[in-house]
Design a protein around this ligand. Sequence first.
Ligand code: DGJ
Length: 736
Amino acid sequence: MPILYNGSTREFHLQTEKTSYIFSVMENGQLGQLYYGKKLRHRESFERLFHVEATPNTACTTEGDLVFSLDLVKQEYPAYGTTDFREPAYQVLQEGGSRITDFVYQDHRIFGGKEKLEGLPATYAENDGEATTLEITLYDQEIDVEVRLSYTVFEELDAIARSARFTNYGEADVNLTRALSVSIDLPDANFEMVQLSGAWARERHIKNRRLVPGLQSIASTRGTSSAQQNPFLALKRPETTEHQGEVYGASLVYSGNFLAQVEVDHYDTARLMMGINPFDFNWLLKNGESFQTPEAVLVYSDAGLNGMSQTYHRLYRTRLARGKWRDRERPVLINNWEATYFDFDEQKIFELARSSKELGVELFVLDDGWFGKRDSDTSSLGDWFEDKRKLPNGITQLAKAITGLGMEFGLWFEPEMVSKASDLYNAHPDWVIHVPNRRMSHGRNQLVLDFSRQEVVDFIYGLMAKVLRDAPISYVKWDMNRYMTEVGSLGLPADRQREVAHRYILGVYSLYERLTSEFPHVLFESCAGGGSRFDPGLLHYAPQGWTSDDTDAVERLKIQYGTSLVYPVSSMGAHVSAVPNHQVGRVTSLETRANVAYFGAFGYELDVTMMTDTEKEQVKEQIRFYKENRSLIQQGQFYRIESPFAEDGNRTSWLVVSDDQSEALLGYYQVLSTPNPGLSRIFFKGLNPEFEYAIEGLDATFYGDELMGAGLQLNRYRLNEHPADFSSVVYKVKRV
Ligand code: DGJ
C-alpha cells in the first residue's frame, strides 16, 4: 500500500518506488512535515523526525509554552501570522480584515486512482491500481472554510502530485489572496536552485544558483507561463551531477502566472513553494464556492538531474499527455512558415506539399496567413475563415487536394487573439482584455481576447469547430503571440478583477477540452511565439509543443537540452530550416540541422521546392532514418551526456535508449572545430552491460559495459574526417 496511516500517531507515510514522504498531525491540529526523500522503511512511528525546541527571540503559539513555535516547525501547508514568519502557502482575507486562520485536521480518505481537478489539466491514472490518493480535509471553524489537500502517489512512476481546494461553507465572503499548490520544508539549505530561464528564441536555458538566506524565486506575470521562466524548479545538492546525487524537482501543471520560490530561513532550512502567482491575484469565495489550485508534481531522485528528468518524462508522456496521439508515432511534418511567411497562394502551398510528399513528409501544416485578409501581422486574427484571394477554392478544397496526395493536412490558429482590423473586433470591441478609459497596449499589433468570458470562448469554439468539421484536418498548431497587459474584463464585477488572469487560463483549458473531445483524431501542437507557453498544463491537451522559434541547430542544442530537464523528447517540436538561419544568420550543414532535430517531434520548415537534387536525396534519407528510429526517439529513455551549458560548452551529446536496451541513438555535436584536438571519449549511459552492440558505420562491436565504462574514442572516427564548425554525428547502436 503506497499510503500508510497510523491512527495512533496520526502519521501519514506516502511511498513511491524509491521515495518516502512523511507528515503528521501536530499537537495544534495542523499538519507538520517529517520527511521527503529517499525511501525509508516503514515503522510504527517517525516521531523522532519531528523537531521543535525552545529558541530565542521568537513567538510561541500557546500561552505559557516557550517551545512550540511554528517558526521552527516543518509544515505541510503553512499559514502566516501565528508564529511562522516565512511566506505562507495561502492567505484568506476575511470580512473585518483579518488574515488569521487556523486550519486543523478534520478527516481524511485514501482511495485507489485519482479524481479529476475541476477545470484544470492534471496527471491521471487509467485505473485505480496505478495511483493512490490521500485527501486530507483541514477546517477552520471560525470562518467555516475548509481546505482539502490532495496527494496522489504514482508508486511505479515514482512521483507525487499535490494540489489544494478551498471551499467556503460560511455565510460571509472570504478572499483568497494567495493559494499555492505545494509547500515543502526541507531540513537544510545546502542546495543549488536549478531553473529554466530565457526569452523569445532562447527559451529554457538552464541556470543554477546556490541558495542563500532569504527568498529566491522565479515567476511569471505575463499571463502565460512564459519564455522568461518555466514553471519548474529543482533543488540539487552542490555535488549532484546529471547522473549522481540528490535532487528535488517541482513542476507546476499550469500555463499562466506562477510563482516558484525557495525561502531559506535563519535556521538554514529551505521552504520550496509553487503555485499561481499571488501577485495581482485575488479570488472571491462566496458561500458554497470552491477554488481549486493547479497541481504541482514532485519528484525526488538520488540518480542526479537525469534521473529526475526521466521520471518526469515517463509520467508526463504517459499520464499527463492524453488522447489518441499520446502513444502514437508523430508524423514527419513540413510547415510553410519559414518557407513563405505570409506570401503564398494555393498553387505555392500545393507545390510545397507535393514536393515534400515526394521526400517522405507525412503531414503538411499551413501556418499563419490563410484567413481573413492577413497579408501581415496587422490584421484578421479572429476571422477564422479562409482568405479567398489566396485560397480561391477554400481551406476545405486545399485540404482535400493535399490529403489526396496521400498526406495529412494541418492548420494554424491563434484562437486567443484578435486584430483591431478584423470583423470580430468590429463586432465585439468589448471582448478584449482591457481596462475602460485606459490605453490598450499592443503586442505584435494584436489584442488578447477575454477568455475569462464564456461567450467569447464559445464564439471562437464555433469558428474553429466549423473549420475542423468541414475540412479533413488532422493537426492544429495553436499559437499565442503576445503577453497580457491592462488585465481587466468587462465580464466581471470590480471585486473579481484580480481573477481575470486565472479565469483566462481556465477559458483556454476549456476550449482545448472541447476541441480535443470533439476532434480526438486531431494532433494538437501548442505554440506561443515559439516556446513562451511550453508547460505541463498544455501538454495535457497537446502532446507536442513548438519548442522555440529559434531553429538554428546550435541554438537548439541549449534549448532542447534545457527543455529535456522536464519535458519528454516526444513533446519537443524540432524542425530543419533554411540557412542562413532566419533567427541568427548561422550557416550549418543540412546534416547537423537534422542531427539536432531528430531528437524531437521531427519536421521541416523551409522551401523544399528550392532544394537541389542532392539536398532532396539527403532529406529523403533523413526522413527514412527518422521513421526507422522514431519509436525509439519518441518513447525511449533520454540521457543527457555532455552539456552545452558546461563551462566551455563546445560539445553536446545525448542519447536515447529503448526500454529493452536493444537499441540506442547517440547525438554528438561540436560547435567550433578545434585544430589538432585532444583525444575525447563519449561515455554511453543506460545500455545493458551484458549486451554486445554494433555501432552503424563503425567496424567493431562493443559490450555495453565497455561503451559505458571505457567510452567510445570519438576523434578517430567521423568527426575528424572533415573538420568543420558545427559538425555532428548520430550513431545508431544496435544489439547484435
Ligand atoms: C509564432 C510561431 O512560433 C511561428 O512558428 C509562426 O507560427 C508564427 N507565430 C506565425 O505568426
